[in-house]
Design a protein around this ligand. Sequence first.
Ligand SMILES: NC(=O)c1ccc[n+]([C@@H]2O[C@H](COP(=O)([O-])OP(=O)(O)OC[C@H]3O[C@@H](n4cnc5c(N)ncnc54)[C@H](O)[C@@H]3O)[C@@H](O)[C@H]2O)c1
Length: 467
Amino acid sequence: MNAHAQITTAHATALPLKLVEDLPSISVVGLGYVGAVSVACLSGLGHRVIGCDIDPIKCSDVGEGRSPIHEDGLTDLLSAGVSNHLISTTGDLREAVLGTDVTFVSVGTPTKEGGGCDYSAIIASARTIGEALALKYEYHTIVMRCSIPPGTTLSVMVPEIEAVSGKKMGRDFGVAFNPEFLREGTAIEDFREPPKTVIGASDERTANIIAKIYQPVDATPLLTSIEAAEMVKYADNVWHATKVCFANEIGRICKPLGIDSHDVMNIFVQDDKLNLSPYYLKPGFAYGGSCLPKEVRAVAHLADEMSVDVPLIQSLSQSNETQIRQALEMVRASGAKRIGFLGLAFKRGTDDLRESPILEVINQLIVEGYEVSAHDEAITPETRINDQFSYVSSVCPHLKPTVDALPTLLTESSQDLLDNVDAVVVTHASNQYRELLSAWSDMVEVIDLVRLFKNLPERPGYQGIGW
Ligand SMILES: NC(=O)c1ccc[n+]([C@@H]2O[C@H](COP(=O)([O-])OP(=O)(O)OC[C@H]3O[C@@H](n4cnc5c(N)ncnc54)[C@H](O)[C@@H]3O)[C@@H](O)[C@H]2O)c1
């Protein structure tokens, strides 16, 4: 035991013993912004909590009921936990693990040179957790809370614990990734009313243990895989950063135009049907149609004319073109030569071909000598398709090979199309196409750009563009 290994407790009124005994005891490794708040809030739910840090000052602060960071209400909650004999601290992680049922890991993961994530604190704590587990007979649950690249929990932390302890995940101990969404400054309030609780667990038993801990503040946690939970944290933060940069770019455009950007965005955020909603937020194919590409170009041009720098908005067309190239690469990589397209218009339910991104894919394949056919539920022999073709060839002259060939490429029935291709590219999530492909032949490769099936088909020859 090192100099800071003694468990620090204060002595005051204890909570009723029954409450404490019913709940799992928890050790928290890393007493920084995340760990200190976790110690306080978990003790606030009645858990006995042992905090652990290599920094003796943080250990003594938390162990004596003082907040090691500036966070509203944290000192009050910590001192209540210490007074109730629920909070103690130690510098000896082995002791903390051996004295508890569950260990939350919230050590630092700074950016290392080159931009990657520094795992050294994770590896060091995993090793010590492993040493403790080697001495422990009871099942233990380890909850990773650091923000780390997907796969890190299972490929960095777990192997270290298993190697040192000689024990097996799933049999002797459970592992989960439980991302932390608390905002500094309102962390305690956010703990009590979380935006969501995400649990990516190695097994059901582990998921249940963690779900029970959060039950008083969130009875409906979102359960997923460990890797998906790790990615959720990254997706959330990149999304928040995107929102900040987007709002700032709108502000930079509004200012020289004499428009109050807060007026604009106050209206913008009231639209929870299209603007702040799941709409447009599921991976799939590129955007297209008569509005999005045109307006993105218009706003980028407007900014350019005023010498306003808007790199996020400027980069959108490039990102969209990357998605089109991705679809093209998937077709090329399939090795198929006869390619059928299910859906031609820029989205399902319209016959609008203006700036339909799939036309770019078809065009390139025709130029490269592929045999192409296409079906679209909204484009029938009665559709005034010639108007569409003239529009496409006048606005996008490079698509002329496709426009010239399309009348002969279109099939009247989607089944006919499927019978005569080696690979099919799905661009519309329609029931007709779903039913058709539920019974597809093994010989036909399917390149899904729209996530036709909620549960991914487990058969060879199926691939999604972003799943
Ligand atoms: N700060 C936030 O709001 C926030 C939010 C979500 C996720 N995260 C993530 O949570 C993790 C922790 O973040 P933080 O802001 O609390 O970091 P922090 O730097 O404030 O705290 C990390 C603590 O870990 C301790 N530590 C390092 N190695 C240790 C070891 N081997 N054993 C015991 N303690 C050790 C350090 O002494 C430090 O006190 C990071 O992965 C971070 O990305 C942070």
